[in-house]
Design a protein around this ligand. Structure first.
Ligand SMILES: [Zn+2]
Length: 113
């Protein structure tokens, strides 16, 4: 499962942060997940519980912040919001859109002890 390895990556970066910043436990993690990142949030939550067990983030709460899809339209030179990666521009109907938001997956914030 794709989401499982994402959770493993998150735990790894938490562990290296813990060494740098000298904390022992992570209580809460805010994760920004773009709607085009291909991540299933339910699967992510499931993976989180499994992967964090006996790790520095054991029992940590996972808060998922969804990032909306955004694009730059070359047709009308506007930033527009889109729901699907291959949507046409909602303002002018052009399909020359460059996706500028909604693809990331990153740790936004952590609460530690
Ligand atoms: Zn447009």
């Amino acid at each position: 499962m794709h989401e499982m390895s994402i959770c493993e990556g998150v735990v790894l970066s938490l562990e290296s942060e813990a060494q740098k910043q000298n904390f022992q436990k992570v209580k809460k993690v805010w994760l920004t997940v773009g709607i085009f990142s291909g991540v299933e949030i339910d699967a992510l939550r499931f993976g989180w519980d499994v992967v964090t067990r006996n790790s520095i983030a054991d029992g940590a709460e996972l808060v998922v912040l969804e990032e909306q899809g955004q694009a730059w339209c070359m047709g009308c030179s506007k930033h527009v919001q889109i729901e699907n990666r291959y949507d046409d521009c909602p303002a002018c109907g052009s399909h020359r859109l460059q996706v500028t938001g909604g693809e990331i997956l990153s740790i936004k914030e952590i609460e530690v002890e």
